[in-house]
Design a protein around this ligand. Structure first.
Ligand code: TXA
Ligand code: MG
Length: 340
């Protein structure tokens, strides 16, 4: 059941208060921004973020944009460069997203950032959205509130058509004023780079900070725009082998469900075989097995079978990308296949 919440801020705060409660509780709430409706979840809670991918049926863990009520709130989680401050001052609140390095003490979870050392942040220009973000008091991850592959929603009706029954609530804030997604600018490298054209023009950005590298990768629908995406910060050094039924001595095991025995080091994604829990524990698990496994002299990370349905698809996709694309020479088995 998806609750339809209404809030005209000061006049009718109940809907907004309820939406904030749900978000703080790890639930999914769609809300309007000036660009499109976003599907919000607590960006510090990996289980909540996993539910976004599940509800959207996204076959991949793309990094998500975290939303904040102010630049100060955003810059508590990412490193504010002088250019970022200038742009924030000029365009926030507004349809501009900045990609910046994550701070060590930042709370945006790995799943929301897809394991990257950077995170995308923005302050939307919509009064109710700002009031909501303020009430939540935490970063709110929000991709467009549509099933993967469908058109972005610009009113609450669209959201219900696409995601009704799959999310906890939609906060109806009326139609979106801009209607196209935010401009994404990567400020984490040496020169500012446009990753996605959007609500703020490049000309307006250049008027504030000078030349921007406009050469962004051509985009297939729903593909991650970030070229750096595939080389994750946490890509393990050990080779990864999927669908393993038999553990060999010296294996580090990424278990799912009842764990296979015989591994030197084990991390269980979900003892009860829940895919949302597995997604939420994936990045931490890879990091753990890579560190502990390497220390313990393990030669590879083996992964128990994970179903190719629902979130399992995204988990398997991510594991494939996280794997070092080199063959492990001495791992013969017809049961197993290497992923590159
Ligand atoms: O207008 C918008 O930006 C809307 C509203 C809801 O705020 N949100 C939105 O989110 O369009 P989404 O998930 O559809 O698009 C996020 C894009 C993705 O293409 C992703 O690859 C990119 O932002 N992105 C996120 N984090 C990134 C990062 N650390 N580096 C590079 N690209 C990143
Ligand atoms: Mg989208």
């Amino acid at each position: 059941m998806t609750d339809r919440l209404v809030s005209d801020d000061a006049e009718q705060p109940e809907g907004l208060i309820r939406a904030a409660e749900l978000l703080r509780d790890g639930r999914l709430v769609a809300f309007g921004t000036e660009t499109v409706y976003g599907l919000g979840a607590d960006a510090t809670n990996p289980l909540a973020v996993a539910r976004i991918f599940e509800a959207k049926n996204r076959p991949r863990f793309n990094p998500l944009i975290s939303h904040f009520p102010s630049a100060d709130a955003a810059f508590r989680h990412v490193v504010a460069t002088p250019l970022a401050r200038k742009l924030a001052e000029r365009f926030w609140p507004g349809p501009l997203t900045l990609v910046l390095k994550r701070r060590d003490d930042g709370e945006i979870c790995d799943l929301a950032a897809a394991g990257l050392p950077t995170a995308a942040v923005r302050v939307p220009a919509q009064d109710t959205a700002l009031a909501l973000l303020h009430a939540v008091g935490r970063p709110v991850a929000a991709p467009s509130a549509n099933p993967s592959g469908a058109v972005s929603p610009s009113n609450a009706e669209h959201v219900m058509e696409g995601l009704g029954g799959r999310i906890d609530a939609v906060l109806d804030t009326g139609p979106c004023a801009v209607g196209v997604e935010s401009t994404i600018l990567d400020l984490s490298g040496d020169t500012p780079r446009l990753l996605r054209p959007g609500g703020v023009t490049v000309e307006d950005i250049e008027a504030v900070i000078g030349p921007v590298d406009r050469h962004h990768e051509p985009q297939e629908p729903n593909a991650p725009v970030a070229p750096g995406m595939l080389t994750s910060h946490y890509a393990p050094g050990l080779p990864v082998v999927l669908d393993v039924q038999l553990v060999q001595p010296g294996d580090a095991l990424l278990a799912f469900g009842p764990p296979l025995s015989g591994a030197r080091v084990t991390w269980n994604l979900s003892e009860t075989g829940r895919l949302d829990e597995a997604a939420s524990r994936l990045f931490a698990g890879l990091r753990y097995l890579d560190q502990q496994g390497t220390q313990a002299g393990c030669r590879r990370i083996v992964v128990q079978p994970i179903p190719e349905t629902g979130l399992g698809l995204a988990i398997r996709d991510r594991l494939g990308r996280a794997a070092a694309p080199r063959p492990a020479p001495d791992v013969p088995s017809s049961q197993e296949h290497h992923v590159a």
